[in-house]
Ligand binder design. Structure first.
Ligand SMILES: *Cc1c(COP(=O)(O)O)cnc(C)c1O
Length: 238
């Protein structure tokens, strides 16, 4: 086994142990929390090491980088991992996203959802969609405001070729546990409210390397983990 393979496999195992431990504390089934490996900035060879260790779902933030990586991975393996787009969506990139990805977690405008619905190829299964919520309320961040969530979710749920699965959030990092957990708890309330209102949602995507345990305690069903699996990222030149 290569040292890359060993490192990624060991890190994946450690992350699974964190999920299991937090789920036990929360009185939840560890299987109810999916692990999305966030591979942005890491090459296809690193993704391949994670695939070899059994990881099946990967998250990407940049369309062109993801397109190249998905293509390269097809040359490297017959395994067909599930790809999730988790970055900000520019209108001129929706076609590529609709063609290449299995999930899009960062939908925060009806216009974007409409374009994805129009551009999803007819021979692919419906595109799984999460609506991103701006739960920490900073002006600069993407995500729909909580007050506008209900209306947007209902419109997205009606679009053809898309399957609305739930919600995603990226809360502001906080050193203090109480402050970290508040927005996660607020997300769960929004999620349960939509479900109670009749939307058949099954996915609450929250929790990154630094707040995985908090997110599982607050009801996350999908954690998105980059650094704890692949190591620190180089800072990206925009
Ligand atoms: C980069 C990224 C992650 C992973 O963050 P880590 O702290 O490296 O685990 C998760 N979600 C989104 C939306 C990201 O952009």
């Amino acid at each position: 086994m290569s040292s890359l393979q060993e490192a990624v496999q060991g890190n994946l195992q450690a992350v699974h142990e964190r999920i299991t431990k937090a789920a036990r504390v929360a009185g939840r089934d560890p299987q109810s929390v999916r692990l999305l490996a966030v591979s942005k900035t890491f090459p296809a060879e690193v993704v391949l090491a994670a695939v070899a260790a059994g990881q099946r779902a990967f998250g990407e933030n940049y369309v062109q980088e993801a397109a190249d990586k998905i293509q390269r991975l097809r040359e490297l393996t017959d395994a067909r991992p599930e790809w999730h787009f988790i970055g900000p969506i520019q209108s001129n990139k929706t076609r590529t996203i609709a063609e290449l990805f299995d999930w899009v977690q960062s939908v925060d405008r009806l216009k974007t959802a409409q374009r994805l619905a129009e551009q999803r190829p007819a021979d692919r299964p419906p595109l799984n969609v999460l609506v991103q919520v701006n739960i920490s309320g900073e002006a600069s961040k993407s995500g729909v405001e909580p007050a506008a969530l209900d209306g947007l979710a209902r419109e997205v749920a009606r679009l053809p070729r898309l399957k609305l699965r739930g919600l995603m959030a990226i809360p502001e990092p906080e050193a203090d546990e109480t402050r970290r957990r508040a927005p996660l708890a607020a997300m769960r309330i929004l999620f349960e409210r939509l479900r109670a209102g009749g939307l058949p949602l099954d996915t609450l995507s929250m929790g990154m390397s630094a707040d995985l345990e908090d997110a599982v305690l607050e009801g996350s069903t999908m954690v998105r983990i980059g650094t704890a699996i692949f190591g620190e990222r180089e800072r990206r030149k925009q």
